[in-house]
Design a protein around this ligand. Structure first.
Ligand SMILES: N[C@@H](CCC[C@H](N)C(=O)O)C(=O)O
Length: 260
C-alpha cells in the first residue's frame, strides 16, 4: 500500500500526519505506526497523527506515540494538526476539534497556532516535584544546570520508578526570569528526550504558578526546539482558559510504501 504523508514540527516536536478523512489508514496496526516513526527505517517522528472527520467539530485528532501505541493528548501535535487542517482548507483561521481529552479551540496566524488546552483543577505538590494532567500526565521537577542534566537517564528512572507501568512524561525545569523557564522533557511512548512537549510545558507553567515560582499569568518557556508561551487564568483553585502558543510548520510531504 502506498501512503501519502505530511511531516510537521512544532518547536522541534515532530510528527507524521495523515489525512484519514476517507478512513484509509489501518488504525490498529501499531507496528506500522512505529515503523513510519522510526528515524532510520521510516520517515522519522516523535508521533503520528490522523486527521479524521468529526460530527461535532471541524475534525478529529487521533494521536499515536512513536512506539506505535495510541496515547493521550499531544499539545504540539494538536498545534501541528491545526496548521495541517488550515493547509488542507478544512478550516480558515479558527478551529474546533475533538481529541482524546475533549473539544479544543485554536486560532492560526501565519505559522503561529494558539491552542486552548483542557482546564486543570488538580496539581499534586510533592516534596521535590509536582504532578498534573494537562491532557497527558506530567511530572515537573526543578533542577540546577539543566543544560548538563542527564534527562535520558533520570527521566527513564522516574517514568517507571514513581508512575509504574502506565508511566508519566517527565519535565526538568530551570527558572531563567520572573516569568521564564527552560524545560527539557523525557516523553513516555518515545522513551527518550524530545525537543519540546506541548502538554509538558503547559504543565510546567501551571506548576510554577501553583508553587509560587511565578506570579505571572503568561509564562515563556524555552525548549531545545524553540519557544512557547502559555497563558491562563486561575479562579477558585482552578486553571482555565489555558492557551499554548507557538510555531507549527510543515517540513515536507511524500509517499511511502507500507509493507508492515
Ligand atoms: N509531545 C506531546 C505529548 C505526547 C503524549 C505523551 N508522549 C504521552 O504519551 O503522554 C505534547 O506536545 O504534548
Amino acid at each position: 500500500m502506498e501512503l501519502q504523508f505530511f511531516k510537521y514540527q512544532g518547536t522541534g516536536n515532530d510528527f507524521v500526519i495523515i489525512d484519514n478523512r476517507q478512513q484509509i489508514f489501518p488504525k490498529n496496526n501499531t507496528k506500522l505506526v512505529a515503523a513510519l516513526c522510526d528515524r532510520r527505517f521510516g520517515i522519522g517522528a516523535d508521533g503520528l497523527i490522523l486527521l479524521e472527520n468529526d460530527n461535532m467539530a471541524d475534525f478529529k485528532m487521533v494521536y499515536y506515540n512513536a512506539d506505535g501505541a495510541e496515547s493521550s493528548m499531544c499539545g504540539n501535535g494538536g498545534r501541528c494538526l491545526v496548521a495541517f487542517a488550515h493547509y488542507l482548507g478544512v478550516i480558515e483561521k479558527e478551529a474546533k476539534f475533538n481529541a482524546v481529552d475533549g473539544l479544543h479551540h485554536a486560532t492560526v496566524e501565519g505559522d503561529i497556532v494558539n491552542l486552548k488546552m483542557i482546564d486543570v483543577d488538580k496539581i499534586h505538590e510533592k516534596q521535590n516535584h509536582s504532578f498534573l494532567d494537562t491532557g497527558s500526565p506530567h511530572h515537573v521537577q526543578m533542577v540546577k544546570e539543566l543544560e548538563k542534566f542527564d534527562v535520558q537517564k533520570e527521566g527513564k528512572k522516574l517514568r517507571y520508578g514513581i508512575y509504574g507501568e502506565s508511566g508519566s512524561n517527565i519535565n526538568f525545569v530551570e527558572q531563567t526570569n520572573d516569568n521564564a523557564f527552560d524545560v527539557r522533557t523525557y516523553e513516555r511512548g518515545v522513551e527518550g528526550e524530545t525537543f519540546s512537549c506541548g502538554t509538558g510545558v503547559t504543565a510546567v507553567a501551571l506548576a510554577m504558578h501553583e508553587s509560587g515560582k511565578t506570579a505571572a499569568n503568561e509564562v515563556h518557556i524555552h525548549t531545545i526546539g524553540g519557544d512557547l508561551t502559555i497563558s491562563f487564568e486561575k479562579k477558585d483553585g482552578k486553571y482555565s482558559n489555558i492557551f499554548l502558543k507557538g510555531p507549527a510548520i510543515q517540513v515536507f510531504k511524500g509517499t511511502i510504501e507500507c509493507s508492515v
